[in-house]
Design a protein around this ligand. Structure first.
Ligand code: C5P
Length: 232
């Protein structure tokens, strides 16, 4: 199974993003485009970055009625993204519709992964606001299992949940994990973090790394370090 380091392009506009990517002359990293950059620049930013030779994870976290998600996904598939995502809380019909929308005429489609419970949601919020009176870990497992049964390829989760998700859904079910920091780096606003080397041990398939690379004085060296620790 392909494992890789995905760089989160959390930049405000095209110029900042392309100036950053210009530094990568040898290996073109797999990158993540999130809502901020996509909403600022539109679909053309995806096309431009793809044309430069990068794989793209488009992180738009769709969540709507099945028909709307199906049609939206067919648009994203047409942008030739390599990975995209939705909220498992939209239910199995929505997830199946998403796969239909993503599948191209030749039968190929981008990798589709689900967000289970956002890592910003704690046990108290889950119970008091979302009204799910269950342990978060079991809810993450149940949503991951629903995503797997609906035909999705994996989930976004904490590296610390990766082995549990594999236990519930099988080894081939992908875990894409943010919350990664170098052992000697700053944690910032992330709480449950781990190093690239530990994420590898825990069974992550893809690590998503933002600021440890984007805010580094030498982003290429930081990217190479993440690759060395995670892929070696
Ligand atoms: O800068 P940092 O490495 O914390 O960036 C992590 C990236 O992963 C950001 O784009 C963030 O939005 C995203 N993410 C996350 N936690 C999740 C889902 C996505 O940090 N549960």
């Amino acid at each position: 199974m392909a494992k890789d380091v995905i760089v989160a392009l959390d930049f405000k506009d095209k110029k900042t993003t392309l100036d950053f990517l210009d530094r990568f002359v040898e290996k073109k990293p797999f990158v993540k485009i999130g809502m901020e950059l996509f909403y600022a620049e539109g679909p053309s930013i995806v096309k431009e970055i793809k044309a430069r030779g990068h794989k793209v994870f488009l992180d738009l976290k769709l969540h709507d009625i099945p028909n709307t998600v199906k049609k939206a996904m067919s648009r994203l598939s047409g942008l030739d993204v390599d990975m995209c995502n939705l909220h498992a809380a939209g239910g199995s019909e929505m997830m199946k519709a998403a796969i239909e929308g993503l599948t191209r005429a030749d039968g190929s489609r981008p990798i589709l992964i689900a967000v289970t419970i956002l890592t910003s949601i704690g046990q108290e919020t889950l119970e008091d606001e979302i009204l799910i009176k269950k342990d978060i870990k079991s809810v993450v497992g149940a949503y991951a299992s629903l995503a797997a049964k609906s035909g999705l390829d994996g989930v976004v989760c904490s590296p610390l949940e990766a082995s549990y998700v594999k236990q519930v859904c099988g080894d081939g079910f992908l875990t894409v994990t943010p919350g990664v920091r170098f052992a000697d780096g700053e944690v910032g606003d992330q709480v449950r973090v781990t190093t690239p080397a530990r994420a590898k041990e825990l069974g992550s398939d893809y690590i998503v790394v933002g600021r440890p690379i984007t805010a580094s004085d030498d982003p290429v060296a930081a990217y190479n370090r993440a690759c060395k620790e995670f892929l070696a």
